[in-house]
Design a binder for this molecule. Sequence first.
Ligand code: MTE
Length: 327
Amino acid sequence: MAFRAPRIAPSQITPPDTYLGRRAFLAGALGAGAGAAIGRAGAAVVAARAGTPLQYTDDAAESVDALVHAPDQNEKPNTWAQITGYNNYYEFGTGKSDPAQYAGSLQTRPWSVAVDGEAQITGSFPLEEFLKPYALEERIYRFRCVEAWSMVIPWVGFPLAQMLKRFKPTSRAKYVAFETLYRPGQMPGQRERILDWPYREGLRIDEAMNPLAFMVVGLYGRVLPNQSGAPLRLIVPWKYGFKGIKAIVRIVFTEAQPSTTWSEAAPDEYGFYANVNPNVPHPRWSQATERRIGNPFFHERQATLMFNGYADEVAYLYKGMNLHRYF
Ligand code: MTE
């Protein structure tokens, strides 16, 4: 049965003053109505220090890619404290508050991103150069963890598609793979074999080119805190949160499906696709419902939506695929 995905409007965001204590958000951004892309026409200038306001210059090479989001009256973004205090980031421990406690030790400057594989333009790019062409915009997305909790998060970043096109992938580029920094000196979790480090993720190239796939540098108009994946992370809102790889240092265009950390660690539990799907249970729990972080009724659960509510935008990618097999 087709259904209209509920959307979340930027205008529904509670002013971050409420959470942050002082006014520091992008001028006017919060006043933008439904249907507006609230990115500013300006190249990304992302300061090193987490939590400082994002800034913009006037020389963006790309214009803001408007994305229409119709309002949904029922969903409110999570607070800064919730989004940055309840995380999964195994490089800093397996507890939900470990990342907030320990990720501060990670040095996010200098930083560079290596691009290689099936693309005409490859190389290693200092972060500042890597980010410069893109205008930043805000996207308020639902976030659904495979563990069946969820949030609503106002990310700031730019479409992954814009970034990928810049490197001119060849016709052999069928997938794109991402890798997290490997630096055990600053990432204590990497000193233990909790996962096969570095953390790796990947997308089929047509998934990666979907306008919803987003490269994130900020949150609530501010530089992304380390626990949230600074300085650069991926968000794929119709997939389980583990696809949203943090602290990206490498992007590779590949012909074959890349190996990904969780699908290798537990192939029966976590697939390569990882699409949010209420009809395909995890072997150890149902995915039909979720617990929204911040809901004062702790045991209350809400229905999980197919593709996390983004079916209208992404269902075409999986036409004819057996989603029970390719989970
Ligand atoms: N990226 C890295 N490098 N390491 C991780 O452990 N955890 C993933 C994903 N990205 C993870 C990661 C998982 S399981 C989830 S649910 C999301 O990050 C959590 O993102 P959040 O902490 O911003 O909510």
